[in-house]
Ligand binder design. Sequence first.
Ligand code: ADP
Length: 486
Amino acid sequence: MQKNPRILQFFKSLKFRLILLAAVLVIVPGVILSVGILNSYHKRTISIRESEVLSQAKILANQISTSSYMDGSGQGTATIQAQMDMLTTIYNGRIMIVDSTFRIIYDTYNIGMHKTIISEEVIKSFSGQEIVSYDAENNYIEMSIPVSNPEDASGMIRGVLLVSVSTDNVELALSHLRQVAVIICMTVMALLIFGSVLFILYLMRPLRRISDEIAAIETGYGDYSLQVNDYTETIRICEKFNTMLAHMKVMDDSRQEFVSNVSHELKTPLTSIKVLADSINSMPDAPKELYQEFMGDITNEIERETKIVNDLLSLVKMDKSAADLNIAAVNINELLEQILKRLQPIADKQKVELVLETFRPITAEVDEVKLTLAITNLIENGIKYNKTDGEGWVHVTLNADHQYFYLKVEDSGIGIPEEDLEHIYERFYRVDKSHSREIGGTGLGLAIARSSILMHRGAIKVYSVPEEGTTFDVRIPLLYHVGGAK
Ligand code: ADP
């Protein structure tokens, strides 16, 4: 049960595939090479044997034709026959002489004498052709050679010399050679495959080191970094891994910082409440008015605590994936009017003029609740961080092209110093902590606004001049595309 996955893992491994590749690269050419060499050696040996026998047979045919052998006169017959016997012994073969009446007049095997032989080869040779053929199945070479007298001007063919030679000894030598070749080939292949396996295992070592080092880092990535510099590829993997590790560390640090900030922010109102309550307790004879004042302060602190908790909950919602967006077609003009109506009392209280300017009716695919939160935070900031002498204003402008709608929130407020601009979206970041606290800020509003806008695949930019005012530019796609892009 347990072994199966391990075997499967081995078959799926790069190691196994490389070993398989090496084996194929060694075995296939090895087999092709040895079979090819043996075959060509076989052909060559047979063709040498053929030409050897052919030249001997031609000499013999020549001798026969120049002698009076065919006439049966007996002159030189014994010599020629002795020569034929010798040739058949050397080459392990048989020689027959056929005369013009297709009768066998000599057979070194002595069994065919005086018989008639009318074969295709014999007939062809009587018309002057030399025929050589190799019978691979029965291992012999056969040839039929015309016997004619070159001095005879008519060129008449007087007989045919039939020679057959066994190639058994060639095959024997070849089969021995084949055995030797197989042994040598197998040994060389085994050595090559063994060598390749060792080399592959050596090549794979850096990969193993990478996984070992990652396992070591897993136990506490504090001060570790991955360093396997053997190949360009491993260097690249290590670089990417270390970048990811650094990123994770930053995220971990920021999470820890966030938790500590949250604890601190939640503790502040509680500490105030405790101080206020202790003070009242230590003054049993305090007048009713003092009690009421202290209770009012306690209520304010409780309200503040509630606001922080609510903002934190909103932020957590924004941190979820884009899949949690509740997208619907929303009339943005109406949405802005509602938001401004809701904020009007705060603006009135601060003596800040609130102006909305829209250039066209706009409908966009957005999450109404989340977008409302973002826009409310931006406009509320414009009101909160503004002049209170009745000169202050906040201008909200809405426009669109065929792809995006653009929202501009411009105020005549206190502005943001340049060095703070890059931090204002951080959670709990406040330019002037005590001022922000005084006016009920939690430092989470812009973080919530930015998250919401990014979830809509939009963008937010800020421009500010201290003492003059601040402008937030927001751009959001009219159509929401699932899975990214515009
Ligand atoms: P807060 O709840 O404190 O307003 P935000 O995240 O909304 O927190 O804003 C972060 C800080 O950025 C604020 O404390 C304030 O100092 C500064 N800020 C934001 N908006 C404006 C603005 N319109 N004008 C001036 N300062 C601003």
